[in-house]
Design a protein around this ligand. Structure first.
Ligand SMILES: Cc1cc2nc3c(=O)[nH]c(=O)nc-3n(C[C@H](O)[C@H](O)[C@H](O)COP(=O)(O)OP(=O)(O)OC[C@H]3O[C@@H](n4cnc5c(N)ncnc54)[C@H](O)[C@@H]3O)c2cc1C
Length: 387
């Protein structure tokens, strides 16, 4: 009942901390509300997405996460595919952004190539050729199927590192050295990490208020399995996506792209829609997404958003079946100014949260850095300064 590390939250952030500590030989326990992880970490595209991270320390962290995903996939026995990504340009201004990106330091560290429509047809059968101007192919991005990845990581940590998983165990109180579950049972630890994602109001709400953490809701869809042998190839992203990721923000032509969409399709900005697609291990396409924040979030999903996303996807993609078999939404916590935050809310109790739409891409490496720096108090201030 006593551990070196207790982790509250069995999503990718919690699992990342559990793995890093277990690799050091620490005894670790993970607690989750539900009978299995059901949060953002199993509801996403499964895109490990360095191309969306700003060049510099944040992209470096994504590269380190990439290595860790490959290591974890091999160890835990689930597919981590080196699929890469393809941003499609169906408009001149989108192509200009991709050209500017490829030619600038914004692409530092990435293995990118501007590609013609002919080359795109070799890379994927899914690009809609109508109006296609070109694209940007990156070889760096990875693909996992999120529910498979998360359950495989948990099973591997339990079997391979003796991490103790306590599912169906909501933690209602955390003090230095001790967590208490809703049934009153307690467990003790030298250190505690709280990685409770979108449930951030429930423990130390004052810390999250101080960070001005935002809640974001995203709607997603899944198609039927595409025909056997049909492979998407790289993840597909659209001109709309260029508005979303900060890595493109220094491209001079981005303003024209944003202005065009704002003028021609204000409904897309209203719901924060940009469209992307990845392929799950069973051949289905994972499609999304939209972004609604805080007070705009309704508990029920909007059919209008799904229709708009399909409309935009069909402008850029042509796939054998668009039959939608699953619809869901995910919630994540997003820091308004940083890629995430770490706050020591009690001695030896850390809250780690706020990764927004980048947790799958960043959390494994970030968790590793937290655990490594926790060992070394001289590094601790540095961690606070960096993030
Ligand atoms: C639709 C969608 C698409 C996305 N696509 C991508 C993508 O392709 N690439 C990418 O990099 N990122 C993506 N993201 C972002 C990424 O999924 C998140 O940043 C990441 O999953 C957050 O992980 P987490 O562990 O903080 O949260 P979660 O996965 O939500 O985990 C938190 C866990 O804590 C548990 N919990 C909460 N409170 C308690 C408590 N008191 N006691 C016990 N357990 C508790 C919950 O049950 C939950 O399992 C996407 C997110 C969404 C929603």
């Amino acid at each position: 009942m006593h551990y070196d590390l207790i982790v509250v939250g069995g999503g990718i952030v919690g699992l990342g901390h559990a793995w890093a500590a277990a690799k050091q030989g620490q005894t670790v326990a993970v607690f989750d509300n539900n009978s299995r992880a059901e949060g953002a970490s199993i509801r996403n595209f499964g895109m490990i997405w360095p191309i969306g991270q700003p060049a510099g320390p944040q992209r470096d962290l994504a590269f380190r996460s990439r290595e860790l995903w490959l290591e974890m996939g091999a160890a835990a026995g689930f597919p981590v595919r080196k699929c890469g990504s393809l941003h499609l340009a169906h408009h001149e201004d989108e192509l200009a952004v991709l050209q500017e990106f490829a030619a600038s330091t914004a692409a530092d560290g990435l293995d990118v190539e501007l590609v013609t429509p002919e080359r795109i047809a070799e890379l994927t059968p899914a690009a809609n050729p109508s109006g296609l101007q070109g694209g940007l192919y990156s070889r760096t991005e990875l693909r996992v199927t999120p529910p498979t990845a998360v359950s495989s990581i948990s099973a591997y940590l339990a079997a391979g590192h003796d991490v103790k998983f306590h599912f169906d165990t909501p933690i209602t109180r955390v003090d230095s050295g001790e967590v208490t579950a809703s049934n009153g049972q307690t467990w003790t630890a030298e250190r505690i990490v709280i990685a409770n994602g979108a449930y951030f109001q429930h423990l130390f709400p004052e810390a999250h208020q101080a960070e001005r953490l935002r809640l974001c809701k995203l709607q997603m869809m899944l198609t039927d399995a595409q025909p056997a042998g049909w492979n998407l190839g790289p993840h597909i992203a659209s001109g709309l996506t260029l508005r979303h990721y900060p890595s493109f923000s220094s491209c001079p032509s981005l303003a024209a792209v944003k202005q065009r969409f704002a003028q021609d399709s204000p409904e897309l900005d209203r719901f924060g829609i940009h469209v992307m697609a990845s392929q799950a291990d069973n051949g289905s396409l994972i499609l999304g997404d939209s972004h609604e924040y805080d007070d705009d979030i309704e508990p029920v999903d909007k059919a209008e958003i799904d229709a708009l996303m399909l409309r935009e996807l069909q402008k850029i993609m042509d796939v054998p079946t668009w039959n939608i078999t699953r619809r869901w939404h995910g919630l994540y916590a997003k820091h308004p100014a940083q890629m995430c935050f770490v706050r020591e809310v009690r001695p030896e109790v850390l809250v780690v949260n706020g990764f927004g739409g980048n947790g799958m891409t960043l959390a494994l490496a970030f968790s590793e850095s937290v655990i490594h720096r926790w060992q070394d108090s001289a590094q601790w201030e540095l961690l606070h300064e960096t993030h």
